[in-house]
Design a binder for this molecule. Structure first.
Ligand code: NAD
Length: 300
């Protein structure tokens, strides 16, 4: 079997092309979609993620403002900043870059972001709406996975999807998306995690595998059935002898699934570009809602 590589770039470019008209329409009435990204501490990977997000916003003539806070910042100082951003009409999306320094309670901080500006989709109100089947902001990475499945016409309805990982940002929302009767959904879904006794017993049955465990190259060719479609969410750093000193690999051992899987997303270049695209899409959606609310207020 010729395994197809499902690249993220054409999918994200297609979405950007659609977003450009929506952004221009907002700009014509004086609204520029704007993200506030809060970066606490000096984690190098987080700095790169925030920089890449800012660049993507600028590329589409949107704005992003980065708020850099020291690693020792107090919870109350961060909550004050978020409160100010919640009530700033020029800010349409607020993102708190994770992970946070150990002394901070990420639940308290993420819950303080207004659900109306929660473009990461992590607030319990938005997660609740998603579970109810009526989502507004969908977490970016699982939403990006759905866009990849859609773009490449991968049949999901009636299929058995196995998700490896149950985090709040990937695994659980991924389950909510694939299991419900959405346009891309209606699958029978199994969630595997660290408590799963025999992972291979599940992956071998899957028509679709979503690998999101953060374990380098854990899904091997002998764990899958012929013709499975695999989405590799994992981003793992492995030390090597290259000039950089490391390489990025996914949760799938891509070489070993070649010839068995029908398709697989590459790492890097698969799901990665989609996450930022979905952040932009959520921020544009938020700005459009702000526009509607403003019009409604003026008409009252
Ligand atoms: P996490 O550590 O919060 O969760 C990992 C999950 O995998 C846990 O629920 C755990 O139960 C499960 N797990 C771990 N080891 C396992 C094993 N051996 N067998 C079965 N299940 C196992 O991680 P996360 O934030 O959900 O991220 C998962 C991966 O996806 C990471 O590599 C992360 O870097 C990557 N990620 C990528 C993007 C992107 O933009 N492409 C975005 C978010 C996360």
């Amino acid at each position: 079997m010729n395994t197809v590589l499902l690249k993220g770039k054409p999918v994200s470019e297609n979405i950007y092309n659609n977003l450009i008209n929506r952004i221009n329409s907002l700009k014509s009435v004086g609204i520029t979609p704007q993200l506030a990204a809060i970066l606490i501490g000096d984690d190098p990977a987080s700095q790169v993620y925030v920089r890449n997000k800012s660049r993507a916003f600028e590329k589409l003539n949107c704005k992003s403002q980065v708020f850099k806070l020291g690693v020792e910042s107090s919870e109350s100082a961060i909550l004050d900043l978020i409160n100010n951003l919640n009530s700033d009409d020029n800010i349409h999306g607020i993102l708190v870059q994770l992970p946070l320094p150990k002394h901070l309670n990420s639940k308290t901080i993420l819950h303080s972001v207004s659900p109306n500006k929660d473009v990461d989709g992590f607030h319990p109100s938005n997660l609740g709406l998603l579970l109810e089947g009526n989502p507004f902001f969908i977490p970016c990475t699982p939403q990006g996975v759905i866009e990849i499945l859609k773009y490449y016409n991968i049949e999901v309805s009636g299929m058995h999807a196995v998700i490896v990982g149950r985090s709040n940002i990937v695994g659980k929302p991924m389950f909510a998306l694939l299991a419900q009767k959405f346009e891309i959904g209606n699958a029978t879904v199994t969630i595997c995690h660290t408590g799963t006794k025999d992972l291979e017993a599940y992956t071998i049955q899957a028509d679709i595998i979503i690998a999101a465990a953060g374990v380098p190259e854990m899904i091997k060719g002998n764990m899958i059935k012929k013709g499975v479609n695999i989405v590799d969410v994992g981003i793992n750093r492995l030390d090597d002898n290259s000039e950089k000193g490391y390489k990025i690999v996914g949760d799938v051992d891509t070489d070993s699934v070649m010839g068995i899987a029908k398709s697989v997303t590459p790492v890097p270049g698969g799901v990665g570009p989609m996450t930022i695209t979905m952040l932009l899409k959520n921020t544009v959606k938020s700005a459009e809602k702000f526009r509607q609310l403003t019009i409604a207020r003026l008409n009252n």
